[in-house]
Design a protein around this ligand. Structure first.
Ligand code: C2O
Length: 545
């Protein structure tokens, strides 16, 4: 492959959205940030220069990072943040991955504005496993706040209450013409009649799963999370934060203007959510909206499912399959069962808290609420054998078996323990992980993302996972390979992967509000006796805490 060099300068620039101007953190002054276009096999060398007032790290979401965990990016997991005035160079090679990924800041809520597409095309001598599209478009769905999102999360962290919901969703940084002061800048995708085009959808929103649709057009799904899929037609996509979906679309409708519309999929009763709708326009070049002095006809609006249409969401996720039968890794060496969900913490005596009944919101996996270290990243601490940064006692199962999807559970189960706990995986072991949503406070979907890996999604279901009944539902033939799985509200998902990538890998809910509350844990995959033998040496410019 080729070696690509990029310079990413983190800088604040004024941006006007929803009638208001505020300063936002960007890469190179661009919002969304620059698109990286690469080929499978390329090496990327990206120097990040931090000229903003925030600590920052960048994460290359979905990149496997074989032996280069140092370049993965989550703050305090694989590196300390790049301080204002500092810099760090990420170096990694794309190995065996093709499709759409993305990059984003992995520091507090900075990714609200610091993100961009990472497109990986086949090697020079290879091609797509589908008809070559005429045009390719990146469609990055985002979320916008009138206030600085770093202040939104700061305020919520102080009070322990739920952070303010966003004020808009965006398509390539623009809310679109259903919002005030936004119609002039609505994102437009120019197309020609008869073309077959590829649209690469990315959900970069912080806290919302999104339904998205293109009026009048059928989409054929050909890839998800940079793995090809068995193509299938659909009129609507559902993307959890972190997920990507590539679709082919034939421009076979009467030449006109058609909306792409995106809005939240929200399942938790009584939990406020942003129920606005972002739009962009697919505009046929037909000579039909210029020259005649007539204003263009308003675009055609798509039908979107209701905000709580669980059946539509489940039907879509279950349609995603690998293109060919896969060789499912077996037998299972590590059978893990993780509960994922919300909880509450008592307010400290000297504080006033804004969560339910004067508590603070929290979230946990197996009743452990993850706390980021502060003195070293976990990877640095492991490499330098610094004690006291993390412990290796993350539990393989919750402390007790209970009615996970029931609402009434004992205090010990909704009041998690806090800690920086890792789970050690033997290099090469086959891991099966059942992710069980809990309903302790508000049953919500949890898009669970694993760094450093793709995993097969064997099945998902509603209710309490029951091995006797539910393992029979596992797709052992053509399960999809992804890096983020939407664990359904009041339900579960089962995944399997081989721990073949040494390093320190974060598993977390990709709703930023939940990772803020501690819905995360870390896998430590060692090769060699208690070591990360085949990892490349730490880069000399690795930021220290
Ligand atoms: Cu896309 Cu840990 O993140």
């Amino acid at each position: 492959g080729e070696v690509q060099h990029h310079e990413f300068v983190i800088q604040e620039v004024p941006v006007k959205r929803l009638c208001k101007t505020r300063s936002i953190a960007t890469v190179n002054g661009q919002f969304p940030g620059p698109t990286i276009e690469a080929r499978n096999g390329d090496t990327l060398i990206i120097t990040v220069i931090n000229q903003a007032k925030y600590n920052v790290t960048l994460h290359w979401h979905g990149i496997r990072q074989f032996r280069t965990a140092w370049a993965d990016g989550p703050e305090f997991i694989t590196q300390c943040p790049i301080r204002p005035g500092g810099s760090y160079t990420y170096r990694f090679t794309i190995r065996g991955q093709e499709g759409t990924l993305w990059w984003h800041a992995h520091s507090s809520w900075l990714r609200a504005t610091v993100y961009g597409a990472l497109i990986i095309r086949p090697k020079e001598d290879s091609s797509y496993p589908f008809v070559k599209p005429k045009k390719e478009f990146s469609v990055i769905l985002g979320e916008w706040w009138d206030q600085n999102p770093m202040e939104v999360v700061r305020a919520a962290t102080i009070t322990g209450a739920s952070p303010d919901i966003s004020d808009a969703f965006t398509v390539n940084g623009q809310p679109g013409d259903l919002y005030n002061c936004s119609s002039e800048e609505t994102t437009t995708f120019p197309v020609n009649p008869g073309e077959l085009n590829l649209f690469r959808f990315i959900n970069a929103a912080l806290n919302a799963e999104l339904f998205v649709s293109i009026a009048g057009h059928t989409m054929t799904v050909v890839a998800a999370d940079a793995s090809y899929t068995n193509p299938f037609p659909t009129s609507v996509l559902i993307l959890a934060p972190g997920q990507t979906t590539d679709v082919l679309v034939a421009m076979d409708q009467p030449p006109s203007r058609y909306y792409i519309a995106a809005r939240a999929y929200a399942t938790a009763n009584g939990v406020p959510f942003d129920n606005t709708t972002a739009t962009a326009v697919v505009e046929y070049d037909c000579g039909c909206h210029s020259g005649l002095g007539q204003p263009p006809a308003p675009p055609v609006f798509p039908a979107l499912p209701a905000f709580n249409d669980t059946a539509a969401a489940a039907a879509f996720s279950c349609s995603i399959k690998s293109p060919k039968p896969v060789k499912l890794p077996a037998p299972v060496d590590e059978g893990l069962f993780f509960t994922v969900g919300l909880g509450l913490l008592d307010c400290e005596p000297d504080r006033v808290c804004g969560g339910p009944n004067g508590s603070r919101f929290s979230a946990s996996i197996n009743n452990v609420s993850f706390v980021l270290p502060t003195t070293h990243s976990i990877l640095q601490a492991h490499r330098l054998t610094v004690p006291g940064v993390f412990t290796s006692d993350f539990p393989a199962a919750p402390p007790v078996k209970f009615d996970f999807t029931g609402d009434n559970v004992g205090r010990e189960l909704w009041q998690p323990e806090q800690g920086t706990k890792v789970y050690r995986l033997k290099y090469g072991s086959v891991v099966e992980l059942v992710l069980q949503g809990t309903s302790i406070f508000a049953a919500e979907n949890h898009p669970i993302h694993l760094h450093g890996y793709n995993f097969f999604i064997l099945a998902e279901g509603i209710g309490n996972f029951d091995p006797a009944r539910d393992t029979a539902k596992f797709n052992q033939v053509d399960p999809p390979l992804r890096n983020t799985v939407g664990v359904p509200a009041r339900g579960w998902a089962a995944i399997r992967f081989v721990a073949d990538n040494p390093g320190v890998w974060l598993l977390h809910c990709h709703l930023d509000v939940h990772i803020t509350w501690g819905l995360a844990m870390v896998f430590l995959v060692e090769d060699g006796a208690g070591q990360l033998q085949s990892l490349e040496p730490a880069p000399v410019d690795l930021p220290l805490c």
